[in-house]
Design a protein. Structure first.
Length: 223
């Protein structure tokens, strides 16, 4: 082998070795979510691991009929993944959900989220006619004198949210929303600094008014 051929062969080896190293350094891509598997886990749970059917609390297809438990149907997939992972950590503790979330694998979380995001959401309605106008005013225009921005700026005029950024809150149960806004204000829920800051500037009455108004926002929901 002449000197040129030897150098050429050596160069090819270096290039091939570098390419192999770069490929090996690439992080493994997560498996594509499987909504069918998510549907099975949501409907049936996994008794062998102490995971009950999610539907027992959150309703068929994620349409909870229990006011204290959130509706999950049509929620943004990325938001659901984040919340289930947050339940595993220190920023969103819940005696029930933290235990169950820790038993779910990353793939299972993505599967359930993919399933729920594709389910139709049942509409809701405001209940308190005495506060609906206050809730509407705050949702649409905020409370400028308190530095509270319009909720619609992030969650949309109809409460549909912005995928991967802000959750759908329209048609959510009043009772659940009231508790979550209170939890943000007290930092019992601390996985959203923006919400902590905003809710701490609001009175309890203002938070409750917004929660009730939001329940009646049904943008894009088939009736």
């Amino acid at each position: 082998m002449n000197r040129f051929s030897g150098l050429f062969a050596k160069s090819l080896f270096i290039v091939a070795f570098a390419a192999a190293q770069a490929h090996a350094a690439e992080p493994a891509q997560p498996a594509k979510p499987d909504p069918a598997k998510g549907a099975t886990l949501f409907a049936n749970g996994d008794s062998t691991r102490g995971i009950p059917a999610c539907a027992s609390c959150h309703g068929d297809g994620g349409n909870s009929t229990i006011a204290q438990n959130p509706k999950l149907a049509s929620q943004h997939e990325a938001y659901l993944v984040k919340q289930l992972n947050d339940f595993k950590g220190p920023n969103r503790n819940n005696a029930v959900m933290t235990d169950y979330a820790k038993k779910l694998s990353d793939d299972e979380i993505r599967n359930v989220a993919a399933y729920l995001s594709a389910q139709p959401l049942k509409p809701g309605a405001a209940k308190n006619k005495d506060t609906v106008e206050l809730g509407k005013k705050i949702y649409r225009a905020g409370i400028p004198e308190k530095g509270v921005p319009a909720c619609a700026a992030c969650h949309g005029p109809g409460g549909a949210g912005i995928p991967a950024q802000f959750p759908r809150i329209g048609a959510q149960h009043q009772e659940y929303m009231m508790v979550q806004l209170d939890n943000f204000s007290s930092k019992a829920r601390n996985n959203g600094q923006m919400m902590v800051d905003i809710t701490q500037r609001m009175s309890k009455a203002e938070r409750d008014a917004v929660a009730d108004y939001v329940a009646g926002l049904n943008a894009g929901i088939a009736k």
